[in-house]
Design a protein around this ligand. Structure first.
Ligand code: FES
Ligand code: FES
Length: 329
C-alpha cells in the first residue's frame, strides 16, 4: 500500500525503494546522499521513518508506505495547491521553517511519526525525531518550533498568530511613542525554542500592510506538499539510461571493436562507437568565439587520448542493463 492505495511497481532485485518511487513519479521522496545519512528520502514504512535509499524496494512489498504525497489533503500539482494541509505542513509554512524545502518532506514525515505516537512531545523529543534529517540550508530551530506548534494545534489548543504583532518591540528610547507589544505566549509545555529574530518596529508599521509583518514564503505550500520543484524532479518515466565505455589506456588506437553481444542484450536500445557517429571535429578549449582550437576532438573516435576517453556509448532501459552491456563490448 502506498499512501492508502494498493500499487504495483516493477523493481529489479537490487533497486532501492527510493529509486522505484521516484521512477514512478513520487518526487516528494527526495534524493540526497544515497547512503542513509541525510534523511531526505524518508518514507514511513508501517508508520516508522526509514531511509528509502538504503532499503531494497522488495522489502516494502506487503507493507504500508507513506510519503509526503499522502500527508494532508488531496495534492494538487502546480505552483499553488488548494487542498487542506496537515497541521505539520501548515505550521512549517507559518513559522517559516522552509528555506529551499529539499529536506522539508523528510522533516515532516519524521515529525509525523513522532506525533502519531504522542501529541505532547517534549522539545527534546522533537529535536531527537528531527535529528535524522540534515538540512543543507541549516534550518534547524524553526522546524522544532513548527512541530511543537502543530502538536499544540492537534491537541486542540489555540496557538498565537505569527505575524508582526509578535515582533519583539524596539528599544523604548528609540521608539518611545509606541507602546510595548505583547510578549510571546508559551506554546504548551516547557518550550525553549524561540526563533523570532529581534526586530526593531518603527511606528509606521502599524499603518503598513506588509512591512514589519511576517508573510509566508511564496512557494512554501508547494514545498510542504513535496511537489516537483527541483531539477532532480524531472519526469524520468520511459527515459533510457546512458552509459559510456571509457578507455583504460592513456593513448591508443581502436583497431577492432565488437559490440554485437551488447546490442543483442534485451533492454539495450543503442550501442554507438566511432563507426556510428558523424565525424565532426570540435575543440574543448575556449567557451566562445574565437575558439583557440585546435579542432581535434570527436564525440567518439578510433583514437583515445587519455585514460577515461570515450570508447562507446550505450542507451538501455535500466542502469543495470546499460552496465552489463558495457561489459559485453
Ligand atoms: S538520500 Fe537517503 S538518507 Fe540521504
Ligand atoms: S535543505 Fe533547504 S530547507 Fe532544509
Amino acid at each position: 500500500m502506498l499512501n492508502g492505495e494498493a500499487v504495483e511497481y516493477e523493481a529489479a532485485p537490487n533497486e532501492t525503494l527510493l529509486a522505484v518511487l521516484r521512477r514512478n513519479g513520487v518526487f516528494g521522496v527526495k534524493h540526497g546522499c544515497e547512503t542513509g545519512e541525510c534523511g531526505n528520502c524518508i518514507v514511513l514504512l508501517d508508520g516508522q521513518p526509514v531511509t528509502s535509499c538504503v532499503l531494497l524496494a522488495v522489502f516494502a512489498q506487503g507493507h504500508t508506505s507513506s510519503t509526503i504525497e499522502g500527508i494532508g489533503g488531496e495534492q494538487e500539482r502546480g505552483w499553488r495547491g488548494s487542498q487542506p494541509l496537515h497541521a505539520l505542513q501548515t505550521a512549517f509554512i507559518e513559522t517559516g521553517a522552509i528555506q529551499c524545502g529539499y529536506c522539508t518532506p523528510g522533516m515532516i514525515l519524521a515529525a509525523k511519526a513522532l506525533l502519531d505516537r504522542t501529541l505532547s512531545p517534549t522539545e527534546e523529543e522533537v529535536r531527537d525525531a528531527l535529528a535524522s534529517v540534515l538540512c543543507r540550508c541549516t534550518g534547524y530551530a524553526k522546524p522544532v518550533e513548527a512541530v511543537l506548534r502543530a502538536a499544540a494545534r492537534m491537541r486542540g489548543e489555540e496557538v498565537p498568530p505569527i505575524d508582526g504583532e509578535t515582533a519583539i518591540p524596539g528599544p523604548e528610547e528609540l521608539f518611545g511613542g509606541i507602546g510595548p507589544r505583547e510578549p510571546l505566549e508559551p506554546l504548551g509545555g516547557d518550550v525553549l525554542t524561540r526563533t523570532l529574530p529581534a526586530m526593531t518596529v518603527a511606528p509606521e508599521v502599524d499603518t503598513l500592510q506588509q512591512v514589519g509583518k511576517s508573510s509566508p514564503k511564496v512557494d512554501a505550500r508547494k514545498l510542504v506538499q513535496g511537489n516537483p520543484a527541483f531539477t532532480d524532479d524531472i519526469e524520468l518515466r520511459g527515459m533510457l539510461v546512458g552509459k559510456l565505455l571509457l578507455s583504460p589506456h592513456a593513448h591508443a588506437l581502436i583497431k577492432r571493436i565488437d559490440v554485437s553481444r551488447a546490442r543483442a542484450l534485451p533492454g539495450v536500445h543503442a550501442v554507438l562507437t566511432y563507426q556510428d557517429v558523424p565525424r565532426v571535429a570540435y575543440t574543448t578549449a575556449g567557451q566562445s568565439y574565437p575558439e583557440p582550437g585546435p579542432h581535434d576532438n570527436y564525440s567518439l573516435d578510433s583514437r583515445v587520448r587519455f585514460v577515461g576517453d570515450r570508447v562507446a556509448a550505450v542507451a538501455a532501459e535500466t542502469e543495470e542493463i546499460a552496465l552489463r552491456a558495457l561489459d559485453l563490448i
